[in-house]
Structures are given as C-alpha cells and as structure tokens.
Ligand binder design. Structure first.
Ligand SMILES: [Zn+2]
Length: 191
C-alpha cells in the first residue's frame, strides 16, 4: 500500500511498514494528491476565465466528466485500501490523473499568452445571454455563428461585457487562433 511491493509478512520487506502504518501513509498521500488535483481544477477554471476558448462549454463538459471520474477513482482506491484489497494499479492511474487539470490550464494559458497572430474580428448579432451560477459564475452571450455548421456561438464574457450587451445588439467578437490551435475569445466590442 505504501511502496507498491508485494506484502508477504506482517511488515513490508521493502519499506518496513506494517499494514496499519502503510494504510495511514497511503491515506495521507491520497489526501495530499487530491488537494493538488482540486487546486488544479481551480487553476484550470481561472485559465478558462482569462483565455476563454470559443468552444468553452464543450471543454467544460469534458473536464467536468474527467473531474468526477478522477475523484471517484480516488474514493475507490481509499475504499479498497480500507478493505485491504489490491490498490497498486488503480493508485497509479489516479496519481497519473492528478496533474491533468494543471496541464490543461497551462495549455490554455500558453495558447492565449503566446498567440501573437493578429486577431480576427467577427461581426455578429446578440441573440440572447445567460448566466450560470456555481462556484465560479460564468456568463455567455449567445450570438449568431460565423462558422459553417454552427448556428450559435456561446461567447464567454466578463461581468462588464455581460451587462453592456443585450439581445439585438451588433457586436464584434475578437478571436485569437491560439498557439496550439484552440480558438479563444480575446474580447467583445460594440460594432
Ligand atoms: Zn512497502
């Protein structure tokens, strides 16, 4: 449970820990990693607020699913450890998922910060707008899409822009193409 070696006697031959000590060490490690994972999720949400991808809602759904799968896996590892079952493989998968929100957040920030290509202005009419409350409230302007195969774009905006624009307004959405090819919203202005 602690070092990953097969337990053959009352104490581990590799790290010297008894089952009880190893269980405690494992639970402490799980808790610490989970804290790092949760901080990463906050960092990721910060990144989506700072450099919102055009496809923000699809990305958030993907991340949300990943988030709950990861936390569920962490709980499963802890439960199995309590019942003294094999945890090594699941533990490795769980530890492997811990840095994912940090990496994705860093990717989004790099995508925006190092995007030096000229922004592209798209003219669009606001159709509606909505706010989603949650730990981090998010606001969207729904505008007519300029992309083929898309009817609407749900453009992430800050509170000022959300209050400034209303259905029927004509706006210019400034879009960056993104360093790694994730289009992101650089700003919204009145036409
Ligand atoms: Zn050991």
């Amino acid at each position: 449970m602690n070092c990953g070696a097969e337990l053959t006697g009352p104490a581990c031959e590799s790290c010297g820990m008894s089952i009880a000590a190893a269980e405690l060490a494992l639970r402490r490690k799980l808790l610490n990693r989970t804290a790092i994972f949760l901080l990463g999720a906050i960092a990721f949400m910060f990144a989506t607020g700072r450099f919102p991808p055009l496809e923000i809602d699809g990305i958030l759904i993907f991340i949300g699913v990943l988030f709950f799968l990861t936390l569920g896996l962490g709980m499963l590892v802890e439960r199995r450890a309590l019942r003294h079952k094999e945890v090594e493989a699941l533990k490795r998968v769980y530890y492997g998922l811990i840095p994912v929100p940090w990496l994705l957040g860093a990717l989004l920030i790099a995508n925006g910060v190092f995007d030096h290509a000229p922004r592209v202005d798209w003219h669009a009419r606001v159709i509606s707008r909505f706010t989603m409350f949650g730990p981090l409230p998010s606001r969207r302007l729904v505008v007519e899409s300029w992309r083929e195969g898309h009817r609407f774009e749900r453009v992430a905006v800050n509170r000022d822009d959300y209050d400034r624009f209303h259905p029927g307004d004509f706006v210019v959405v400034r879009v960056g193409e993104g360093l790694v090819g994730i289009p992101w919203v650089a700003g919204v202005d009145r036409e």
